[in-house]
Design a protein around this ligand. Structure first.
Ligand code: ZN
Ligand code: ZN
Length: 256
């Protein structure tokens, strides 16, 4: 599997993009930075977009992607929970903000929404996809993607601590996990449903207890204004775990 991170942060600027990833050029997870950071060709290659939750930084580029597909006469499948569907149809694809690409063109709507259910795996081409609930301020799932050759990645999306239940359902070789804030903001992080480096360490120890190993760990959704501090603290976590923890960045490529 080839994984690209078009965006790896929680704030957008000319240097940073909202967190999203693309697997083997065809499968995207989250859409905050998809049209901003992908060429038209790369966008047209996408067959499916999986959404973890409905927060703006994870859905922002959906209307732009949809317009690009609409103009070229192509369609794209968007996957998410019932809650995500409700928010998209209330606020983004409501026919007021922009054309409703879930209904236009009538004969073949550009966006085909497919509802997912926690713990119920499904196939997209030869990939097996498993949505697993995580702990965030709104209903949210992470996705485990398993390729035809049996390699698995798990992307948490936005999550706070207490992932014990989640870890019992996944066994990835590569974990792409959010770490939004530095340790001194732990209270804010827990309140909002995010992780700090220290909280990640606790979660990884629980992961290890359940699964007997540690996956390759790449962090995303970092606050770029606090990045230096977060990276120093992630280094301390890596030393404590005796296992590398790598901060993600825009354009990062990962191979499995
Ligand atoms: Zn969020
Ligand atoms: Zn977010």
């Amino acid at each position: 599997m080839d994984i690209i991170l078009p965006g790896a942060h929680n704030l957008e600027s000319c240097d940073t993009g909202f967190t999203c990833l693309v697997v083997d050029d065809v499968l995207a997870i989250d859409a905050g930075g998809l049209s901003t950071n992908l060429s038209f060709t790369a966008q047209q290659n996408l067959k499916a977009i999986l959404l973890t939750h409905h927060h703006y930084d994870h859905i922002k580029d959906l209307p732009a992607i949809a317009m690009n597909f609409y103009v070229s006469g192509n369609t794209v499948s968007v996957y998410g929970t019932r809650e995500v569907y409700n928010e998209l149809t209330s606020h983004l694809f409501d026919g007021k903000l922009y054309p409703n690409f879930m209904e236009r063109p009538p004969e073949k709507p550009t966006v085909r929404f497919i509802e997912v259910e926690p713990y119920r795996s499904f196939k997209i081409d030869d990939y097996e996809v498993l949505p697993v609930p995580v702990k965030h301020g709104v209903p949210a799932v992470g996705y485990q993607i398993t390729s035809p050759d049996g390699q698995a990645i798990f992307y948490t999306g936005d999550t706070g601590p207490s992932l014990e239940e989640c870890w019992q359902h996944v066994a990835p070789r590569l974990l792409i996990v959010e770490v939004t804030m530095p340790n001194e903001l732990e209270e804010v992080a827990v309140e909002a449903g995010h992780l700090t480096p220290a909280l990640l360490k606790q979660e990884m120890l629980v992961f290890q207890k359940h699964n007997g190993y540690l996956p390759r760990i790449v962090t995303v959704h970092m606050n770029p204004e606090m990045q230096e501090e977060i990276e120093t603290q992630l280094q301390e976590v890596a030393e404590a775990l005796g296992h590398p923890v790598t901060p993600g960045y825009e354009g990062m490529r990962l191979k499995l």
